[in-house]
Design a protein around this ligand. Sequence first.
Ligand code: IMP
Ligand code: MG
Length: 177
Amino acid sequence: MKTLITESEISERVKELGATLSEEYSGKPLTILGVLTGSIVLLADLIRATSVPLRVALIQAASYGGTRTSPGTLKINSALVPDLKGRDVVVLDDIFDTGNTMVGLFEAVKEFQPNSVKSAVLLWKTARTEVSIEPDYYGFKIPDEFVVGYGLDYNDEYRHLPFIGVMEEEDLKSVHG
Ligand code: IMP
Ligand code: MG
């Protein structure tokens, strides 16, 4: 596996994102809504880099019947989402790929009648965007390659890696067996 973004590059950028959120949400009722499961590592680091009062909440997004390159049917589980009425929500995910997940999340979150909804992601695969929105905050733009680590998975593995790595075509095949 090849390293695309190192642990220290991520750490520096996450601190910058935290500083940006701290400025933009000063005096506002901020809720950072982490998307399970991919955002958990970023969530833990970003909230500690953010100096304004905030709440943390979780929502789940999963896609069924998809493949590595084409997502399946999006299913959003809002069962864990607390009252967001009047709050300024930042939906935090690991990656903005086609953008369809974020669009679905925005629809689900808007039903809770928040004051505002924005998106933040660590990675943005700019070449694959299929929707009319773009991430409001992002860490890094990346090329169209399959990446893992820092929360991102392949077959639910590799999330624990502290860096972002690119899976080689060989590794992707060998996991399939
Ligand atoms: P989107 O709906 O196409 O934007 O896809 C978003 C979801 O696809 C993310 O939350 C990830 O779970 C998954 N995903 C997309 N690209 C990658 C990747 O390169 N590595 C791991 N997961 C990915
Ligand atoms: Mg995911």
